[in-house]
Design a protein around this ligand. Structure first.
Ligand code: FO1
Length: 308
């Protein structure tokens, strides 16, 4: 099957979804648009966690159980930083640091985002396109009951998501420019797929960019989302508690409500289809557990079936 597929992704769920497509579809047909709402400057380095997580997955160097960072990583940089008294709440593996250093150096030299990403992808022998959604980082803030406003990484890593989120703030989404190639990749694709990412934290930030939304509305292709919930619960991360505070509904019904008016079809586990019977979305059964190559093949089989 040759179809131009564009996937919007973020977080570990998004990277696992991206890998499932990458292992089972022709690479020249695939474009991954990655959330820039977690990006930040730390110790003078430009860190793009979601983009790196996708690249490490597609490059087959990812740390599998944790999901972020690289496997067979060293800790010497981090140990030395701690000894020096530098902030050590955000863990940077030795080889991971090299990527942040290289990116920061290249950006300071004036290298454009799209060409830098292409060059890094080539070094990881990735033959699909992996584009950060926006030129400037999106500033995602979390309004919390306990600590007031937190930046994304302060909430996610420093506070380990242990805070009640009342609102997700998209502080500069209306001002950012899309990365070169993003508009066309969305507007002209035949299938637009929302990865099984946290919709509130990893996908909504991108959807808040007016031009990205315009491209999405222009797209005449099929539009589908993969639910990140299995058995009504998040596979990873703070989605369950976010649904409790940000949605009037629960479980799969909350996910379906999030996607209503944005996509036509929700892919979710077969025995959970009844949970979204009140939704206007079409529900299609799908194997959404994406841990092993066999899992990812089953996902691809169900995704293809849903397109028929
Ligand atoms: N997540 C953590 O929970 N703790 C960390 O120390 C941490 C370091 C880190 C370093 C590089 C990188 O690419 C990702 C990293 N992440 C870490 C994940 C990061 O916080 C992401 O924003 C989440 O995966 C959410 O999408």
């Amino acid at each position: 099957m040759s179809l131009k597929i564009t996937m919007l992704c973020g977080g570990v769920g998004g990277a696992r979804g991206a890998l499932a497509l990458y292992e089972n579809f022709p690479h020249e047909d695939l474009t991954f648009i990655v959330n820039t709402g977690d990006d930040f400057q730390h110790l003078g380095l430009e860190i793009w966690p979601d983009w790196d997580t996708v690249v490490y997955h597609l490059g087959q160097v990812q740390e599998v159980s944790r999901g972020w960072g690289r496997r067979d990583e060293g800790v010497r940089v981090m140990e030395e930083l701690s000894r020096l008294g530098a902030p050590d709440w955000f863990h940077l593996g030795d080889r991971d640091v090299a990527l942040h250093l290289f990116r920061t150096y290249q950006r300071n030299e004036g290298v454009g985002k799209a060409s830098l990403c292409q060059a890094i992808c080539r070094r990881f022998t990735i033959t699909a396109r992996v584009l950060p959604a926006s030129e400037e980082s999106l500033q995602t803030g979390l309004l919390t009951e306990e600590f007031g406003e937190l930046s994304f990484q302060d909430y996610f890593v420093k506070k380990q998501c242990r805070a009640k989120v009342c609102e997700v703030l998209h502080k500069n989404a209306s001002q950012v420019k899309l990365t070169e190639g993003v508009y066309e990749a969305i507007a002209d694709c035949e299938v637009l797929l929302m990865a099984p990412s946290n919709p509130f934290l990893s996908l909504q930030p991108m959807l808040e960019i007016p031009l990205l939304w315009e491209a999405l509305e222009k797209c005449r292709g099929r539009k589908l989302a993969v639910s990140p919930l299995i058995g009504g619960r998040a596979v990873k991360g703070p989605l369950d508690s976010l649904i409790e505070t940000l949605s009037p509904l629960s479980g799969q019904a909350a996910v379906a409500q999030f996607w209503e008016g944005r996509v036509d079809t929700l892919l979710l586990p077969k025995d959970e289809i009844a949970d979204i019977e009140d939704s206007s979305l079409e529900a299609k059964p799908c194997h959404t557990w994406l841990k092993t190559p066999d899992d990812r093949q089953l996902f691809a089989r169900d995704f293809k079936e849903a397109l028929l």
